[in-house]
Write a protein that binds this ligand. Structure first.
Ligand code: BGC
Length: 730
């Protein structure tokens, strides 16, 4: 529809019709109970019959037949025939499920998220979904928070690259394209920093921390073209995000010039009352609209109070108009006025959902995500030709998709994956009882008998023990205070070790768990995460050596929960342990190590990578020239990482920050040179939206993780910086 026609339509709308466009409801309101995955408090908000035809969008309706039915019914009720927009949480796949986002980030390959999101777009567009509430670009430092599974970890550069890749994948070349969905980046801002890791809790950050660590990924998603933003639930600086003008106006609209739609999170406008910044619904509506929330998700304050607020001058009509115009514009850009059923196709659903090609790619991607945390005496990969035990709650479990899998039930179990590639009689199973969810009051696996175990695994030298946490105990509303494996799972590992087995521990989880208690008794340790539809097949590929693990931790694994938050890019202290020694007055713990169990960027491969040399070179550019070698007997895929530290500046700078990384594939005995080009932006930090450079001493570090690095230190003057900057543009 041409813009002037859109304007004409808009002029015909009553204020109430406009307010309706700003309301988003679940399919229940359209008589489709059970056709949605409820993602917030249940219970229908009362809505009068006459208002049903006004609603602007629907949340979490996930199949073409239901979308079609609701749209048809709606067009009969809508006076001006304004089609609905359908939005849903397509987080790591629609039907074909990919690894959870945290796992995908461990690949250090943003391209896999691009590919997964492209497929998710193809599958969900066929189901009539026009917008996905993804990516979640929230930086995270606290694995107690259940939603770390949806994030890409603790590093702003990784967060930014993965967010941008997801947006490009979802939206494709053109959002109106048949195989594209609009991306809504969330949760703006800092939702990933709840105090104590407790869901929906207060966030307190300095402006500078927000600026440096938390904002970059949202910005990267917008730069990649994301058309929508979801405001967070939390308060920041004591103002809930849904009424936070500093975030939504100063930063989002004024500084970043964002023109798209801002949507509240589920019921978050009403929750302004619970936060205690609004006395009643009318006040909540006025605060949220003024701050810049265009669409109200799952509460009706705009519709209930909007007209009265305008009449009594408490709400400027132009705020409503601007919001409505943004909604209509997106509907128009998607071509909904011409064809309200565009993209939706039941045939295509049949053809594309779970098609062989999508499953093949899901498996390929899933192989890149697990992290090899330990491999004593090269216990992995196993040959598959000797009797191997398989135990633990995730040995046979098909509940391995990970949260936010929209009504999908099962993936390939580890057992099925191994059986497909080994003679089934080579696999012996015992103590495979499942682990239920804490939310259902299930606190541990069924008891097992030590003698039975001994008997079952009599002929096995090695046992794979698949342990972890129930997938429902991760994701939204699943904060935990204790990150250890359950008692019986830890016992299982200890008992098998005591029975003289080589123990290969495989961990299924949506967050870094506390693994120190089982580290010594595990000969091999593979962090599997939740890998989606092809989970068991991908794990079997790694365990049997058909593929080489390449995952690197995108979040530090705490030694113990009491260390949290523990992250690699922290500031220095006045009394660092390294300088103060073991004496009393150093920054550290007296009852546990200061460092995490596994640092950011860590992950082994079947080969043996080593950084042999890192030298700064200045010719036509400034480079860090790094030599990496494979000193092992297997081919490897390594991720070489570049970190930088600025020694002195007018504000304290982190001990190191990831600035670049590069994949190296090496045959046994092979060496390669990697040239990291130092760009001007790597030497700066942001202050109020501007990049600031301060001359001084910089240390450049190359490593295969963030701890073990080779260093080179130089002074960089303003002239040097200007020279580097000029080279960036040449
Ligand atoms: C979550 C969002 C999600 C929304 C809609 C909320 O509870 O915080 O991430 O997009 O529900 O399902």
């Amino acid at each position: 529809m041409e813009n002037n026609k859109l304007e004409q339509l808009w002029k015909q709308m009553t204020t109430r019709e406009k307010l309706g466009q700003l309301l988003q409801l679940t399919p229940e309101y359209f008589g489709c109970e059970g056709k949605t995955q409820l993602t917030g408090p249940s219970g229908l908000i009362p809505l009068e019959e006459r208002d049903f035809g006004l609603v602007g969008s629907v949340i979490n309706c996930t199949d073409a037949a239901t979308v079609e039915r609701i749209q048809r019914q709606h067009l009969n009720r809508s006076r001006l025939k304004i089609p609905l927009l359908f939005m849903a949480d397509i987080i790591h796949g629609h039907k074909t499920i990919f690894p959870i986002p945290l796992a995908m980030a461990c690949s250090f390959e943003p391209d896999i998220v691009y590919r997964a999101s492209r497929i998710a777009a193809v599958e969900s567009a066929a189901s009539g979904i026009q917008v996905t509430f993804s990516p979640m670009s929230d930086l995270v430092r606290d694995p107690r928070w259940g939603r770390v599974m949806e994030s890409s970890g603790e590093d702003p550069l990784l967060n930014s690259l993965f967010s941008a890749a997801a947006v490009s994948g979802y939206q494709g070349e053109d959002i109106a394209g048949e195989e594209s969905v609009v991306s809504c980046v969330k949760h703006f801002a800092a939702y990933g920093a709840p105090e104590g890791g407790r869901e929906y809790n207060t966030c307190e950050l300095t402006d500078q921390t927000l600026e440096e660590s938390y904002l970059p990924a949202y910005k990267a998603a917008l730069d990649a073209g994301a058309k929508m933003v979801m405001a967070a639930f939390n308060t920041l600086g004591k103002i809930p995000a849904a009424s936070n003008k500093h975030l939504l106006k100063d930063i989002l609209r004024d500084r970043w010039k964002f023109q798209g739609i801002v949507i509240s999170d589920y019921n978050a406008v009403s929750e302004l009352m619970a936060h205690g910044v609004a006395k009643e619904g009318s006040e909540a509506a006025a605060l949220a609209l003024e701050a810049g929330i265009d669409i109200e998700m799952m509460s009706t304050n705009y519709l209930d109070y909007g007209e009265v607020l305008i009449q009594c001058g408490k709400l400027r009509e132009e705020w409503v108009n601007e919001a409505v115009f943004r909604v209509l514009r997106l509907k128009n850009e998607l071509g909904l006025f011409e064809d309200p059923f565009c993209k939706l196709s039941r045939e295509k659903e049949k053809e594309k959902h779970f098609c062989a090609e999508h499953l093949r790619i899901s498996r390929e991607i899933a192989r890149k995500c697990p992290i090899l945390l330990k491999n004593k005496e090269e216990v992995l990969p196993i040959s598959g030709r000797e009797k191997t035990g398989l135990a633990g709650p995730f040995a046979m479990s098909r509940h391995v998709l990970g949260g936010w899998s929209a009504g999908n039930e099962e993936g390939i179990s580890l057992y099925e994956g191994l059986c497909a590639q080994m003679e089934p009689e080579m696999l012996v199973t015992a103590a495979c009882g499942e682990l239920g969810s804490l939310l259902d009051g299930k606190t541990d696996i069924p008891p097992f008998d030590e003698e039975d175990l001994k008997e079952a695994f009599r002929e096995c030298r090695q046992v794979i023990v698949a342990v972890g946490e129930n997938q429902n105990d991760t994701g939204e509303g699943a904060s935990k205070a204790v990150l250890r494996l359950t008692k019986r799972q830890e016992q299982l590992i200890h008992v098998l070790k005591a029975q003289g087995k080589k123990v290969i521990t495989v961990i299924f989880s949506g967050r870094p768990l506390e693994l120190a208690p089982v580290l010594d008794d595990s000969d091999g340790m593979l962090q599997a995460w939740f890998l989606g539809s092809e989970s068991g097949n991908a794990l079997a590929d790694l365990i049997l050596g058909k593929a080489c693990p390449q995952g690197k931790t995108c979040m530090s694994f705490p030694y113990t929960t009491g260390q949290i938050p523990v992250y690699y890019n922290h500031l220095r202290t006045g009394r660092p342990r390294e300088k103060m020694g073991t004496g009393r007055y150093a920054s550290g713990y007296i009852d546990c190590p200061d460092k995490p169990l596994f640092p950011f960027g860590f992950g082994l491969t079947y080969g043996k990578g080593r950084i042999k040399r890192a030298v700064l070179k200045k010719d036509t550019q400034l480079w860090l020239d790094v030599t990496v070698a494979n000193e092992g007997n297997h081919a490897l895929r390594e991720t070489v990482q570049l970190y930088i530290m600025q020694h002195t500046a007018s504000i304290a700078r982190p001990v190191k920050e990831l600035k670049d990384f590069c994949r190296a594939e090496l045959l046994p005995g092979e060496e390669k040179n990697i040239m990291f080009r130092i760009r001007a932006e790597m030497l700066c930090y942001p202050v109020a939206g501007e990049e600031r450079f301060e001359p001084g001493t910089f240390t450049f570090m190359a490593g295969l993780d963030s701890e073990n690095v080779l260093k080179q230190t130089i002074d960089i003057s303003r002239e040097d910086y200007e020279w580097i900057k000029r080279k960036d543009y040449e």
